[in-house]
Ligand binder design. Structure first.
Ligand SMILES: Cc1cc2nc3c(=O)[nH]c(=O)nc-3n(C[C@H](O)[C@H](O)[C@H](O)COP(=O)(O)OP(=O)(O)OC[C@H]3O[C@@H](n4cnc5c(N)ncnc54)[C@H](O)[C@@H]3O)c2cc1C
Length: 462
């Protein structure tokens, strides 16, 4: 008997993960339908116009050195149009004012000690403790550990408070003492598993790939548009899926809230865990319960335009942005100086700045209307940089329950959930909530989901 492989896949969720998945399937001749609840594709990639410029309100840059990313960009014919961010410094807003983020400090702590020694951002005691890292006994981290706990063991708690919290914590809108080392800092986890010293291990790798961030002149929706340009993919926007049920022939029945019923050989759920939990409940109550354990942070971004002529003396704006440690208890989590960071956003009249706010467990942003939110964020910016003039234009985007918290044990949890669904080949989970935050991780997750669908035999319809 010949087996006809999966020819009809429903992808639920038209964010970057669902789109990457649909594209790979379509390239293999599979009939794909994307169901997207919102009126537009892209999920957490969305642009808006502020002071006449297209600016990103969700994801703002692709990391081109991430595995697979530059290959995809070339394949989509977008490499020549890439705009890379201007090289400049980032600021940390410390108790003693703005300080340059020392070179070699990544999301998971320092890779080099000398820039930290020179940064004057740590006490003498903190510096000595960090410098002892190569001598600190290397413990087994077991199945997982919080990134904050690990870095604190290796370098001392000042490194966690002053560097890891504002960089990695801000990126994940999370608590570094709960975020998983394996899920959020896999390079560091590998060093830990090898029982190496972080400093000594990294010293040998200083010429590794550099961080390179890029976008396009119309923002990251360029990527969304190009990924969805395949006319063989059927796209149903404004279509929210509220149930997936197993059929007796092994296929799946997908129902939307407006009564649309579709049958497919395979279903990819590229949606946040709280949505996926309900959709997989008919297949595994256990997996649905486990998915319910993933926490989320709600965040909001505001892009504001300052009149350029009135802010020429604000020295901070020579950098590409600033990060705010959670210990400062400010609403502002980070500010990106868009008109310094991106060559295409330089404007003779305005300086564009993007404010980020919202951390896990905080509800404050929900209690403020857009004008009040911008006023609070601007006040924090004023305290940090000394800017006095108020923004003349702004756009606010709220992202409720958007950033999944990849907390200790996350990878194990996701593996267990996937194992629970193994008896339903073709029912696949993809996206940031499972395989990691960020466009590059989501593309990889979507492409892996496509591969697993391709292995599903097609059932005779009828
Ligand atoms: C403010 C912000 C800034 C960020 N900055 C960056 C950055 O600079 N660089 C970077 O790489 N990453 C960044 N990220 C992270 C990155 O954007 C996300 O990790 C990624 O876009 C998530 O993609 P996804 O497809 O997994 O999920 P999503 O983008 O959330 O897509 C899921 C989709 O599913 C849809 N959906 C939900 N329920 C249903 C349903 N029942 N039926 C049908 N559809 C449904 C949703 O409407 C949504 O479109 C940022 C995120 C945010 C919020």
């Amino acid at each position: 008997m010949s087996v006809i492989y999966c020819h009809n896949v429903a992808v639920v969720g038209g964010g970057i993960s669902g789109l990457a998945c649909a594209r790979r399937l379509s390239q293999q001749g599979v009939r794909v339908t994307i169901f997207e609840a919102a009126p537009v594709l892209g999920g957490q990639i969305r642009t808006a116009t502020v002071a006449g410029h297209l600016v990103d309100m969700g994801a703002e840059a692709v990391h081109t050195a991430a595995p697979g990313m530059s290959a995809l960009i070339s394949e989509l014919g977008l490499a020549d149009e890439l705009i890379t961010s201007n090289p400049s410094i980032s600021w940390l807003w410390t108790e003693r004012g703005l300080r340059r983020l020392p070179a070699g400090v990544g999301p998971s702590g320092p890779q080099r000690l000398l820039p930290i020694l020179n940064s004057r951002m740590m006490s003498i005691g903190g510096l000595i403790r960090a410098g002892l890292e190569p001598l600190v006994p290397r413990r087994d981290i077991g199945s997982d550990i919080a990134v904050g706990e690990f870095v604190s063991q290796r370098f001392g708690c000042q490194v966690v408070e002053r560097f890891v919290d504002p960089v990695l914590g801000s990126l994940h809108s999370g608590d570094v003492n709960r975020l998983s080392l394996r899920a959020t800092a896999p390079d560091l986890a590998a060093v830990a598993d090898a029982r190496s010293s972080v400093i000594l291990k990294r010293r040998g790798r200083q010429n590794g790939p550099t961080m390179s961030f890029a976008t396009w002149v119309n923002g990251l929706t360029t990527l969304v548009e190009r990924l969805s340009a395949d006319t063989r993919i059927e796209v149903r926007t404004s279509t929210s899926i509220d149930s997936v049920t197993p059929m007796s022939d092994g296929r799946y029945e997908i129902r939307s809230t407006d009564g649309l019923v579709t049958r497919a050989d395979a279903v990819v759920l590229a949606v946040p865990t709280r949505i996926a939990a309900e959709l997989i409940r008919p297949f595994s109550q256990n997996a649905a319960e486990m998915l319910g354990h993933v926490r989320y942070a709600s965040v909001a971004t505001a892009v504001v335009a300052y009149p350029r002529a009135l802010i020429t003396k604000v020295r901070a704006l020579t950098g590409t942005g600033l990060l705010v440690p959670s210990s400062r208890h400010r609403l502002l989590k980070a500010a990106t100086f868009l008109s310094t960071k991106w060559p295409h956003l330089i404007d003779p009249t305005y300086a564009l700045v993007r404010f980020s706010s919202g951390r896990v467990g905080e509800q404050e942003i929900d209690n403020l209307d857009d004008a009040a939110l911008v006023a609070r964020l601007h006040n924090d910016m004023q305290d940090a940089t000394g800017i006095t003039v108020k923004p003349t234009e702004y756009h606010v985007q709220r992202w409720p329950a958007a950033i999944p918290q990849l907390e200790v044990g996350h990878l194990e949890l996701v593996a267990k959930i996937r194992a629970n669904l193994e008896s339903h080949p073709g029912l696949t989970l993809a996206g940031a909530s499972y395989d990691g935050l960020g466009i590059a991780a989501c593309v990889r997750s979507g492409e892996r989901a496509a591969l697993s669908c391709l292995a599903v035999p097609s059932q005779p319809s009828g």
